[in-house]
Design a protein around this ligand. Structure first.
Ligand code: G3P
Length: 214
Protein backbone atom coordinates (compact mmCIF):
# COMPACT_ATOMS: atom_id res chain seq x y z
CA UNK A 1 0.00 0.00 0.00
CA UNK A 2 1.24 3.47 -0.81
CA UNK A 3 1.42 6.07 1.93
CA UNK A 4 0.71 9.70 1.10
CA UNK A 5 1.21 12.49 3.61
CA UNK A 6 -1.91 14.63 4.14
CA UNK A 7 -0.03 17.86 4.77
CA UNK A 8 1.36 21.05 3.24
CA UNK A 9 4.01 21.47 5.95
CA UNK A 10 7.31 21.33 4.10
CA UNK A 11 9.53 20.47 7.08
CA UNK A 12 7.37 17.47 8.00
CA UNK A 13 7.26 16.36 4.36
CA UNK A 14 11.08 16.59 4.15
CA UNK A 15 11.48 14.60 7.38
CA UNK A 16 9.39 11.62 6.26
CA UNK A 17 10.50 11.80 2.61
CA UNK A 18 14.09 11.40 3.86
CA UNK A 19 13.14 7.96 5.25
CA UNK A 20 11.50 7.01 1.95
CA UNK A 21 8.03 6.79 3.47
CA UNK A 22 6.22 9.38 1.34
CA UNK A 23 4.79 8.08 -1.93
CA UNK A 24 2.73 11.21 -2.54
CA UNK A 25 1.06 14.22 -0.93
CA UNK A 26 -2.51 15.40 -0.54
CA UNK A 27 -3.38 18.99 0.32
CA UNK A 28 -6.61 20.93 0.69
CA UNK A 29 -7.40 24.62 1.43
CA UNK A 30 -7.44 23.91 5.19
CA UNK A 31 -3.95 22.35 5.06
CA UNK A 32 -2.64 25.23 2.90
CA UNK A 33 -3.99 27.68 5.51
CA UNK A 34 -2.25 25.66 8.26
CA UNK A 35 1.06 25.85 6.36
CA UNK A 36 0.86 29.65 6.54
CA UNK A 37 2.11 29.92 2.93
CA UNK A 38 0.72 30.77 -0.49
CA UNK A 39 -0.62 27.72 -2.35
CA UNK A 40 1.43 28.05 -5.55
CA UNK A 41 4.71 28.65 -3.76
CA UNK A 42 4.29 25.80 -1.27
CA UNK A 43 3.01 23.30 -3.87
CA UNK A 44 5.98 24.00 -6.16
CA UNK A 45 8.36 23.38 -3.27
CA UNK A 46 6.56 20.16 -2.25
CA UNK A 47 6.70 18.88 -5.85
CA UNK A 48 10.48 19.22 -5.79
CA UNK A 49 10.75 17.15 -2.60
CA UNK A 50 8.25 14.41 -3.50
CA UNK A 51 8.32 12.93 -7.01
CA UNK A 52 4.99 11.09 -6.51
CA UNK A 53 1.49 12.56 -7.00
CA UNK A 54 0.78 15.86 -5.20
CA UNK A 55 -2.94 16.69 -4.97
CA UNK A 56 -3.92 20.35 -5.17
CA UNK A 57 -7.45 21.64 -4.55
CA UNK A 58 -9.30 24.73 -5.79
CA UNK A 59 -12.67 26.15 -4.76
CA UNK A 60 -14.40 26.72 -8.10
CA UNK A 61 -17.96 25.38 -8.43
CA UNK A 62 -18.41 25.17 -12.21
CA UNK A 63 -16.78 22.58 -14.47
CA UNK A 64 -15.35 25.41 -16.55
CA UNK A 65 -13.77 27.04 -13.47
CA UNK A 66 -12.41 23.71 -12.20
CA UNK A 67 -10.84 22.95 -15.59
CA UNK A 68 -9.30 26.43 -15.68
CA UNK A 69 -7.87 25.96 -12.17
CA UNK A 70 -6.78 22.42 -12.99
CA UNK A 71 -4.82 23.53 -16.05
CA UNK A 72 -3.15 26.23 -13.96
CA UNK A 73 -2.24 23.79 -11.12
CA UNK A 74 -0.95 21.20 -13.61
CA UNK A 75 1.39 23.82 -15.11
CA UNK A 76 3.20 24.18 -11.73
CA UNK A 77 4.82 20.72 -11.84
CA UNK A 78 4.40 17.46 -13.76
CA UNK A 79 3.39 15.48 -10.64
CA UNK A 80 0.43 17.72 -9.72
CA UNK A 81 -2.95 15.97 -9.40
CA UNK A 82 -6.06 18.16 -9.46
CA UNK A 83 -8.46 17.62 -6.56
CA UNK A 84 -12.08 17.93 -7.65
CA UNK A 85 -15.14 18.00 -5.36
CA UNK A 86 -17.74 15.22 -5.73
CA UNK A 87 -20.43 17.19 -7.56
CA UNK A 88 -22.12 16.96 -10.96
CA UNK A 89 -19.94 19.83 -12.21
CA UNK A 90 -16.92 18.17 -10.65
CA UNK A 91 -17.40 14.94 -12.58
CA UNK A 92 -17.89 16.93 -15.78
CA UNK A 93 -14.52 18.58 -15.07
CA UNK A 94 -12.90 15.18 -14.41
CA UNK A 95 -13.86 13.98 -17.88
CA UNK A 96 -12.49 17.10 -19.54
CA UNK A 97 -9.27 17.07 -17.52
CA UNK A 98 -8.62 13.38 -18.18
CA UNK A 99 -8.99 13.98 -21.94
CA UNK A 100 -6.27 16.63 -21.48
CA UNK A 101 -4.13 13.97 -19.68
CA UNK A 102 -4.40 15.85 -16.37
CA UNK A 103 -4.73 13.55 -13.35
CA UNK A 104 -7.64 13.99 -10.95
CA UNK A 105 -8.50 13.07 -7.36
CA UNK A 106 -12.21 13.30 -6.56
CA UNK A 107 -12.57 14.37 -2.94
CA UNK A 108 -15.32 14.55 -0.30
CA UNK A 109 -16.67 11.10 -1.24
CA UNK A 110 -19.01 9.63 1.37
CA UNK A 111 -21.02 6.92 -0.43
CA UNK A 112 -20.44 3.93 -2.74
CA UNK A 113 -22.74 5.38 -5.39
CA UNK A 114 -20.63 8.55 -5.50
CA UNK A 115 -17.51 6.39 -5.89
CA UNK A 116 -19.10 4.42 -8.75
CA UNK A 117 -19.75 7.68 -10.63
CA UNK A 118 -16.20 8.85 -9.92
CA UNK A 119 -14.76 5.72 -11.57
CA UNK A 120 -17.14 5.99 -14.54
CA UNK A 121 -16.02 9.61 -15.03
CA UNK A 122 -12.45 8.31 -15.39
CA UNK A 123 -10.84 9.86 -12.30
CA UNK A 124 -7.31 8.79 -11.44
CA UNK A 125 -8.05 8.70 -7.69
CA UNK A 126 -11.09 8.68 -5.39
CA UNK A 127 -10.88 9.91 -1.80
CA UNK A 128 -13.42 8.46 0.65
CA UNK A 129 -13.25 10.37 3.96
CA UNK A 130 -13.33 7.67 6.63
CA UNK A 131 -12.77 9.82 9.73
CA UNK A 132 -15.55 12.26 8.94
CA UNK A 133 -17.98 9.34 8.45
CA UNK A 134 -16.88 7.76 11.76
CA UNK A 135 -17.38 11.20 13.39
CA UNK A 136 -21.10 11.06 12.54
CA UNK A 137 -21.46 7.46 13.70
CA UNK A 138 -21.18 5.82 10.27
CA UNK A 139 -18.73 3.15 9.13
CA UNK A 140 -15.92 4.85 7.17
CA UNK A 141 -13.91 1.71 6.56
CA UNK A 142 -17.05 -0.17 5.51
CA UNK A 143 -17.37 2.39 2.69
CA UNK A 144 -13.77 1.71 1.60
CA UNK A 145 -14.47 -2.03 1.44
CA UNK A 146 -17.62 -1.42 -0.65
CA UNK A 147 -15.76 0.83 -3.09
CA UNK A 148 -12.93 -1.68 -3.53
CA UNK A 149 -15.45 -4.45 -4.20
CA UNK A 150 -17.31 -2.38 -6.80
CA UNK A 151 -14.07 -1.36 -8.55
CA UNK A 152 -12.88 -4.99 -8.58
CA UNK A 153 -16.21 -6.19 -10.04
CA UNK A 154 -15.75 -4.04 -13.12
CA UNK A 155 -11.98 -3.62 -13.35
CA UNK A 156 -12.11 0.16 -12.84
CA UNK A 157 -8.63 1.71 -12.84
CA UNK A 158 -9.44 4.47 -10.32
CA UNK A 159 -7.22 4.12 -7.25
CA UNK A 160 -8.69 4.43 -3.76
CA UNK A 161 -7.05 6.93 -1.41
CA UNK A 162 -8.30 6.38 2.15
CA UNK A 163 -8.55 9.96 3.43
CA UNK A 164 -9.55 11.74 6.64
CA UNK A 165 -7.41 9.24 8.52
CA UNK A 166 -7.49 9.76 12.26
CA UNK A 167 -5.33 6.95 13.63
CA UNK A 168 -2.78 4.23 12.98
CA UNK A 169 -5.70 1.78 13.25
CA UNK A 170 -7.33 3.38 10.19
CA UNK A 171 -4.11 2.81 8.21
CA UNK A 172 -3.98 -0.85 9.21
CA UNK A 173 -7.66 -1.33 8.31
CA UNK A 174 -7.05 0.36 4.95
CA UNK A 175 -4.18 -2.06 4.27
CA UNK A 176 -6.27 -5.06 5.36
CA UNK A 177 -9.05 -3.95 3.00
CA UNK A 178 -6.51 -3.71 0.15
CA UNK A 179 -6.84 0.04 -0.48
CA UNK A 180 -4.26 1.35 -2.94
CA UNK A 181 -3.28 4.32 -0.78
CA UNK A 182 -3.83 5.86 2.66
CA UNK A 183 -3.17 9.56 3.05
CA UNK A 184 -2.11 10.17 6.63
CA UNK A 185 -1.51 13.27 8.74
CA UNK A 186 2.13 13.57 9.97
CA UNK A 187 1.19 12.73 13.58
CA UNK A 188 -0.43 9.46 12.45
CA UNK A 189 2.64 8.50 10.39
CA UNK A 190 4.80 9.28 13.41
CA UNK A 191 2.67 7.00 15.61
CA UNK A 192 3.11 4.14 13.12
CA UNK A 193 6.82 3.92 13.94
CA UNK A 194 6.18 3.49 17.63
CA UNK A 195 5.25 0.73 20.05
CA UNK A 196 5.68 0.84 23.83
CA UNK A 197 7.39 -2.56 23.80
CA UNK A 198 9.90 -1.36 21.17
CA UNK A 199 10.84 1.60 23.41
CA UNK A 200 11.03 -0.60 26.51
CA UNK A 201 13.09 -3.21 24.62
CA UNK A 202 15.62 -0.62 23.40
CA UNK A 203 15.99 0.76 26.93
CA UNK A 204 16.52 -2.68 28.48
CA UNK A 205 19.04 -3.83 25.84
CA UNK A 206 20.99 -0.59 26.35
CA UNK A 207 21.04 -1.08 30.14
CA UNK A 208 22.14 -4.71 29.80
CA UNK A 209 24.83 -3.81 27.26
CA UNK A 210 26.22 -1.18 29.63
CA UNK A 211 26.12 -3.66 32.55
CA UNK A 212 28.02 -6.25 30.48
CA UNK A 213 30.84 -3.72 29.89
CA UNK A 214 31.55 -3.21 33.63
O1 G3P B 1 -7.22 15.82 2.68
C1 G3P B 1 -8.52 15.37 2.88
C2 G3P B 1 -8.80 14.71 4.20
O2 G3P B 1 -7.78 13.79 4.50
C3 G3P B 1 -9.18 15.63 5.31
O3 G3P B 1 -9.19 15.03 6.57
O4 G3P B 1 -9.11 15.21 9.02
O5 G3P B 1 -9.96 17.15 7.67
O6 G3P B 1 -11.30 15.05 7.90
P1 G3P B 1 -9.94 15.65 7.85
Amino acid sequence: MKIFLDSAEVEKIRRFAAIGMVDGITTNPTLILKSGRKQKEVVKEICKIVPGPVSVEGVQETAEGMVEDGEEFASWAKNVVVKIPMTEEGLKAVRILSKKKIKTNVTLVFSPSQALLVAKAGATFVSPFVGRLDDIGQDGMGLVRQILQIYRNYGFGTQVIVASVRSEKHVVQAAEAGAHIATVPPQVLESMFRHQLTDAGIKKFKEDWEASQR
